[in-house]
Design a protein around this ligand. Sequence first.
Ligand code: 5AD
Ligand code: FES
Length: 364
Amino acid sequence: MTKTVEEILLQDNYSKEDIIRLLKSDVRERNLLYAKSAQVKKEHVGNKVHFRGLIEFSNICEKDCLYCGIRKSNKNSNRYNISDEEILKAAQFAFDNKYGSIVLQAGELTNSSYLKRIENLLKEIKKLSDGKLGITISLGEESIDTYQRWFDAGAHRYLLRIESSNKDLYYKIHPADENHNYENRINCLKNLQKVGYQTGTGVMIGLPFQTYEDMADDLLFMKDLDIDMCGMGPYIEHEDTPLYNYKDALMPLEERFNLTLKMIAILRIIMKDINIAAATALQAIDPIGREKAIKVGANIIMPNITPGMYRNDYALYQNKPCTDEEAEDCAGCMDARINLTGDTIAYDEWGDSKHYKRRRGDII
Ligand code: 5AD
Ligand code: FES
């Protein structure tokens, strides 16, 4: 006998079939889901939003993911690499504005001078903030030794999306070569956990060929891996990428948006105390998309503090919001936005994943 959404929501743990049913919920049913996920959020992480000032410091990338606008083969991408001085200035801005943490994100590189550069930058950022600024990095697949070096230099959280946990789908959205290996990606996530990072992953939602079953499996993958943080967002096609050929097979943007909210709500219920980011890609579809995500379970927002002149060129997908803004413009805007959600912004706090601390036995 198939269960109703009401019956499923009375449970705390969901089977794959339960999750698929929730993902297929209609408007009335999804509101019940959102009410429950909001309640779980309130009880387990509180109605607080933590900021991570996002610095997208370079779009130079060795990878060639078939969906990504800054992939190596995209000759239309204007490549940039922000100087260390400017990166430190952006970090100083985050610190002065009490953001608590920053995220350093860039295209993927593996050469030794780059690895050293990141190590130095991390140390410098720690120095300028007297150790007070939390640092998340999102710099792709590296060796465990590199992960350790960067951890020792001051990074304590790492984001590495699995993109899709379904191996077949993974290879449909990545080229079949050594550089884009599914097992290696999972191995990297495990290495990050081994080193001691708060480890985050995530997926894209609404990819070509992706099914409800895949999305349910994605959530169960995250639970199984026992991740501390998640950032997942809608897939948005980019015309300079090979995956653009499948644009006619995609579900409408609005549906990708709604599915992302449902994924966030379900993840909040099945992994109560993790940090969940409201992805910027949500804002590309709906101007208050991130705020909607906060309402249904997300508790992290990443205001872009990349210097304005570079923002246009970090175009992973099209229609990226706020590319004309400077960090100063975003600061006031974020305040007003979070007020809309009824949550409060936790300034000057790291906002570490409670799940991580519980997992390590720091809190019971
Ligand atoms: N649409 C949505 N998200 C994308 N990303 C890359 N390209 C796209 C796209 N076209 C996401 C990937 C990557 C993160 C940095 O950006 O999930 O991990
Ligand atoms: Fe892999 Fe951009 S090239 S995510």
